[in-house]
Design a protein around this ligand. Structure first.
Ligand SMILES: Nc1ncnc2c1ncn2[C@@H]1O[C@H](COP(=O)(O)O)[C@@H](OP(=O)(O)O)[C@H]1O
Ligand SMILES: [Mg+2]
Ligand SMILES: [Mg+2]
Ligand SMILES: [Mg+2]
Length: 332
């Protein structure tokens, strides 16, 4: 039986994707504000988080939400507030006040943890890609007692068929614990089961990483790729679309090595990591430890993120151990 959470998550992510596409088509440069962490955030991020929050609230009135965004910038800017309010109201069936929309966004301030049920939303993951016209994803995860049990990624600019840039674009990835991973193309109701690549030699493997070298060291990944005899150039795309392409077998390895001291956010990995696991892959940190979503809003117990098709996992982990000169790396 299809769970209510799954149905609602798909509805929420699709509506949020609609608003993102609309914002991209009408975005003017001046509407990007810089948050304290200096990542760009657009009216799209706020509107998408509001839409997901309102949709969850409609079906699950007591829901809890760990979300990337909050309403601080909206409280400080009337024009931003009005733009976001208009966008939300143009997308949803009912009309909401500015106050209601800011409250919906601020449902996302939940601290997370190891008990109970809560949702995790990154309304636009890959904001840099979004602004560039590249890849981005609306990412919604559901957590039960510290473990991700449902993940939905909405990828409006991702080719539906392999990486065919000339074919149709826009797809969802859906993963449910124990039930597998699926792709549903925008405009379709058909969920197609997906599986990681069965490639078993690193020399023919494809790896992916962040487009932005400030998010993940391209130098370190190149060294690892060289040690593994990977000859194909890296696939550099923004956002959790990387998890999607691992899950459906377009690449075998995803490497992410942030700068020293950077702690990853749960919303950047919740949905995507479950989808890869449900597609038969393995996701862990650079020490081979599983990502621990039970410690609050960030992955404080982890460093780096690695996803593989499983078959090549131990070879990749051994290369990481060697390049970073680590003493202890867990193998699968
Ligand atoms: N210095 C840094 N190192 C690693 N990740 C970073 C970073 N600065 C920002 N990020 C995170 O990287 C995410 C994008 O990942 P990717 O590089 O795979 O596209 C951003 O998500 P948002 O775009 O939602 O802010 C942000 O949370
Ligand atoms: Mg951000
Ligand atoms: Mg993100
Ligand atoms: Mg984001």
């Amino acid at each position: 039986m299809v769970s209510k959470e799954r149905e609602v998550a798909i509805e929420a992510v699709l509506k949020a994707c609609t608003v993102c596409q609309k914002v991209f088509n009408t975005l003017v440069k001046g509407e990007t504000v810089i948050k304290q962490d200096e990542s760009p955030v657009t009216i799209g991020d706020f509107a998408a988080q509001a839409i997901v929050s309102i949709t969850l609230q409609k079906h699950f009135p007591d829901f809890k939400l760990v979300g990337e965004e909050n309403s601080k910038a909206l409280k400080e800017s009337e024009s931003l507030r009005k733009r976001v309010t208009n966008l939300v109201n143009e997308t949803l069936e009912s009309k909401y006040s500015e106050e209601e929309i800011m409250k919906a966004i601020d449902r996302g301030t939940y601290e997370g943890g190891s008990t109970g049920n809560f949702w995790v939303i990154d309304p636009i993951d890959g904001t840099m890609g979004f602004l560039r016209g590249g890849q981005y994803a609306v990412c919604l995860g559901y957590t039960v007692n510290g473990e991700i049990t449902l993940g939905v990624l909405g990828c409006p600019n991702l080719p539906c068929n392999d990486m065919d840039e000339n074919g149709p674009k826009g797809c969802l990835f859906i993963g449910e614990k124990g039930l597998g991973a699926f792709q549903r193309n925008f405009g379709s109701n058909e969920d197609v089961k997906i599986h990681v690549s069965q490639a078993d030699t690193t020399a023919k493997a494809k790896f992916c990483e962040s487009f932005e070298s400030s998010h993940s060291s391209h130098k370190d990944s190149a060294e690892i790729a060289s040690l593994l005899n990977i000859t194909l150039p890296p696939i550099r795309i923004d956002s959790q679309c990387k998890y999607g392409i691992i899950a459906r077998g377009n690449a075998e390895v995803y490497l992410r090595f942030a700068r020293e001291g950077y702690i990853e956010n749960t919303w950047d990995h919740a949905a995507g990591s479950l989808i890869v696991k449900e597609a038969g892959g393995i996701v862990c940190d650079m020490y081979g430890k599983p990502l621990d979503f039970s410690k609050g809003r960030q992955l404080i117990n982890n460093k780096g993120v690695i996803a593989t098709n499983g078959i090549l996992h131990n070879q990749v982990m051994k290369a990481i151990k060697s390049v970073f000169k680590l003493n202890n790396v867990l193998l699968a």
